[in-house]
Design a protein around this ligand. Sequence first.
Ligand SMILES: *Cc1c(COP(=O)(O)O)cnc(C)c1O
Length: 222
Amino acid sequence: MYISTENYRQICEEVRRWNAQLVAVSKTKPVEAIQELYALGHRDFGENYVQEASEKQVRLPQDIRWHFIGHLQTNKVKYIAPFVHLVHGIDSLRLLKEVNKQGQKLNRTIPVLLQVHIAREETKFGFDQKELEELLCNEEELQQLENIQINGLMGMASFLDDTALVRQEFKNLKAIFDRCRQQSIAHADFQILSMGMSGDYHIALEEGSTMVRIGSLLFGNR
Ligand SMILES: *Cc1c(COP(=O)(O)O)cnc(C)c1O
C-alpha cells in the first residue's frame, strides 16, 4: 500500500468544497502507487521529469490525464507533446513557441499554464510580472500560436514557514490572474489557477486556487 484511502478522500473532499481540482504529484513514485489512486477513480497525475513521465505513460491506462509540472527544457517538449494533458510550467516565449510547434506537428492543441515567479527564492522559475505583461501584450506573436491554448497561471510560494508571506504571494498571483482574465488575449482562456502543494494548499485554496498539486501528502515523502 502506497497511499491511505482515508487520507485521499479527505483531501479530495476539501478540494471539492472549494470547487478546485486535485493533481496527484507522482514524481519518483512507482507505477504501482499511481495504480492505487487510479483504482480509487483518480485520473489527474503530475510529473516533473520527461523520461519518467514518458515511461509511466506507456505502462499505465490511457485515460490518465498527465500534467507536466516540472521545468521543461525546449529540446524535450517533443517527448511529452503527444500525450500531455496540461503543461503547467511555461516560463518563456521560446518554450511556448516550441510547444506550439510540436502541437502543430501532431495536429493537436496543447493546453498550457504560464508560470509566474511569486516566491522570494531566486531559484524558482517563471515570468515576473513585467515579463508576463510583455508576453500577453505581444499580440502578433500570440496570434500565430494556433496549437497552444493558454488556460491560466501556475505559481509556487516561498518554501518558508511564514504563512503570512505565503498567503500574500498567493494573493498576488490571484490578482494577476484576475487581471489576465479581463483581457482579451489570442489563444488564451484563463480558467485555471494552479497553486498550492502539500505544505500550503489550505492557504492556496483560501486565496482562490482552482488546482492544487499534491505529492508527499498523498504518496509519502520522496
Ligand atoms: C513536487 C512538486 C509538487 C508537489 O510537492 P509536495 O510538496 O510533495 O506536495 C507540486 N508542484 C511542483 C511544481 C512540484 O515540483
